[in-house]
Design a protein around this ligand. Structure first.
Ligand SMILES: [Zn+2]
Length: 354
């Protein structure tokens, strides 16, 4: 998450030795780690969670920002004048943003929802303005706040991402740094900042400090296929190797609560890569049901009803078949003991009831 926070040891780490992280960085083996898989059936609605309110995010083009390929991700340094002024217990100021992604064949978000991984994820890292630096804040409980949003593929070109994506080529080699003009950073986030999940976790990279107040937006960001390809296939780390699949797998909750700022509907597991219907050009919702209705009572969709009807029909058929088999068997036994009943051995009713 924050690669500049390499800790006192200055060890090297990589996504290839993820299971060894806790040897050099003990907190990586802690009980409040990130990312997590958000199970929307077990999130707790909290009416106190106000919409995330941003300030100073629309940067002037006169401002210059440092963009770096640090061999783990692409990082955009952000000025402290950018702040979160609502939706968190304190004021947090921006430090940097970066991305996690996969490859053409694998999605690469860090957080997951109901077992579903998204193509990519943006993290905008902020620190509590009580502290003088992000490094200092990172060592204190409640010191950091990260805004996270999922990136997926959409039909349209996302103009808001162009001021960033158009400069990726300039940092394609590991260690490269370039300066880019300021732009409206809020356009890298979803439009709806009122619907989100909240939990306490950690940096997702060493030193894995457990001081992050996480906000994961319910609405996703959509990039065109070309834009997503650019994010996945441009950067390299050392030795001409493509920098891909820079994500950590979900960590155990260990009793932590995941709060939601909205009443989440009861949704089933979604197949990976299945895109929910969009409610705007370049974003869509993880839970489209509530956007349309916003009702408290979960409703069964047509798909659910059909599944139930087919399930009942199937069960009835299976039972009827079983009864038929039993009857025929008895009849066969009565009529002739020598006659084998092989034809009924192949498929029992039990095997067919999924
Ligand atoms: Zn991150």
């Amino acid at each position: 998450l924050i690669s500049s926070l390499t800790g006192p040891g200055h060890h090297h780490w990589s996504y290839q030795d993820i299971l060894e992280w806790d040897k050099d960085y003990p907190e990586c083996g802690g009980k409040a780690q990130s990312p997590i898989d958000v199970d929307t059936q077990h999130t707790v609605f909290d009416a106190q969670l106000r919409p995330i309110q941003l300030s100073g995010y629309n940067l002037s083009t006169a401002e210059t920002l440092e963009l770096e390929n640090n061999k783990h991700t692409v990082v955009l340094k952000l000025p402290g004048t950018m702040k979160i002024i609502g939706g968190l217990p304190e004021i947090y100021q921006a430090a940097q943003l970066h991305f996690h992604w996969g490859s053409k064949s694998n999605p690469g978000s860090e957080h997951m929802v109901n077992g579903r991984r998204f193509p990519g994820e943006i993290h905008v890292v902020h620190y509590n303005s009580e502290y003088t630096s992000v490094e200092k804040a990172a060592n204190h409980s409640g010191g950091l706040a990260v805004l996270a949003a999922f990136i997926e593929k959409g039909p349209d070109y996302n103009e808001g991402y162009e001021p960033l994506l158009s400069h990726l080529e300039a940092v394609k080699d590991g260690g490269q740094i370039t300066e880019i003009p300021g732009f409206d950073i809020s356009r890298l986030l979803p439009q709806r900042l009122d619907r989100y999940f909240r939990y306490n976790g950690s940096l997702t990279t060493p030193p894995c400090l457990q001081t992050v107040n996480w906000t994961i937006f319910n609405q996703t960001i959509r990039l065109s296929e070309t834009q997503l390809d650019l994010l996945e296939d441009t950067l390299h780390h050392d030795h001409d190797q493509l920098l891909q699949e820079n994500f950590r797998d979900p960590q155990k909750l260990n009793g932590r609560n995941v709060l939601s700022s909205f009443k989440a509907p009861v949704v089933g597991r979604k197949a990976a890569g299945e895109a929910p219907p969009s409610d705007s050009d370049d974003s869509s919702s993880l839970n489209p049901g509530t956007d349309a209705h916003g009702e408290d009572d979960p409703q069964l969709g047509t798909g659910d009803m059909l599944a139930i009807i087919f399930g009942i029909l199937f069960a009835v058929t299976a039972v009827a078949f079983y009864v038929y088999v039993r009857k025929t068997r008895k009849r066969n036994h009565r009529s002739s003991d020598s006659k084998s009943n092989v034809i009924y051995k192949a498929a029992t009713a039990e095997e067919n009831v999924v």
